[in-house]
Design a binder for this molecule. Sequence first.
Ligand SMILES: NC(=O)c1ccc[n+]([C@@H]2O[C@H](COP(=O)([O-])OP(=O)(O)OC[C@H]3O[C@@H](n4cnc5c(N)ncnc54)[C@H](O)[C@@H]3O)[C@@H](O)[C@H]2O)c1
Length: 429
Amino acid sequence: MTSQRESIGVIGTGYVGLVTAAGFAELGSHVHCVDVDAEKIARLNRGEVPIYEPGLEELLARNSERLHFATDLSGALEHARLLFVAVGTPPTHAGDADLSAVHQVVDSMPASDGHALVMKSTVPCGTGASIRRILRERGKDAFAYVSCPEFLKEGSAVRDFLHPDRVVVGDAGDWAGDAVVGLYEPLGAPLVRTDVASAEMIKLAANAFLATKISFINEIANVCEALGADVVEVARGMGLDERIGPKFLQAGIGYGGSCFTKDVSALKLLAGNSGYHFQLLNAVIEVNELQKRRVVSKLQRHLGELAGRRVALLGLAFKPNTDDMRGASSLILAARLRSEGAHVCAYDPIAEEQARALMPELDYASGPMEALAGADAAVLVTEWPQFLDLDWPEVARTMRGNLVIDGRNALPARDLQAAGLAYEGIGRR
Ligand SMILES: NC(=O)c1ccc[n+]([C@@H]2O[C@H](COP(=O)([O-])OP(=O)(O)OC[C@H]3O[C@@H](n4cnc5c(N)ncnc54)[C@H](O)[C@@H]3O)[C@@H](O)[C@H]2O)c1
């Protein structure tokens, strides 16, 4: 099978690019990876993995002879027809997607009639059309273009690549779309083959819908608190309805991560710039921002003034099993606590290095018990598995106060209460 698989290029070796490269190498392709970050490429060439993603290190090691890393495009252009683009598209200050890295890639393409750009980066609907226009204007109209948005989730990215819910391929119905479909064929996933604009929109709409589900259940949680209902019971009862489903109905302290935050904002602005006021997304964003701050009011309700209080944060990454701190709720929460004068001591099993770069002013503990020692209150920010079965009587002894805010409704409330801790979740009775 190896000899029949076509070689590909992957431009950008971050979370998406590296997982895509390792995944296609696992399926038998030679993969020529390119990144402008020379340090990252040097580390990859030494066999080091610059990001934390379960299973990725093993996958890269197992396929090392099929993976090639360089800072220039020549190897990719020489050996591959399909050049997957997985560079970052972070938000601009205005909230739109910053496409400068994508344009850098487009600018670096030579005139060619045998290559295609395959866009994995999340880009606004209309980007494919504008890239094809640019290529045409530069006499590079033979360059094919495919939109192939990525749906992997950090923390389970390798599994998501190998077992996708669906593969979306948006193209002009030419050889390049067929070739991308062929690459994904062994995975046996449902295929949505469509036009470029619809493929771009599928990605944005999917993320916006998931974010909407989260903000919706968070608002239900807030109403539950006012009315004495329990959002966990409510979500269970809702989620059993096949039309609703149980996923993304976990109330908490808001969604984070690089994707939801930026993609929801980008879709809202994209709609606005084309003359449509996307009212629902305004609310989704606002609810999420307020939700991150609600923990501070909960702490104040129990402790009064937070000045001089010691608050332990359990977890900092935007979700478990990743070291990604982009858009993490902990950033807002820690900043708010500090501005109230609280002393914040945090622990995260994987994301500490990234967190220190963004929040050098926090105290970092080397384990959960050290973070909790002498704390007036603790907040579960990221539901890493090791926080869910702490020795609660020991926690009660080591803390100065007894308040534990469960920001993810993930802790065993009864065990905490039995240990003498005051448990408060989000939207729980
Ligand atoms: N992270 C996710 O969970 C996820 C999921 C689905 C889609 N996406 C989308 O995929 C894209 C990439 O996201 P990511 O999280 O992997 O980003 P990332 O920041 O982890 O990686 C981007 C990589 O691109 C490199 N790069 C930047 N400019 C380059 C250039 N001109 N040439 C070569 N390399 C260049 C950077 O050095 C970096 O290594 C984004 O558009 C994102 O929205 C991300």
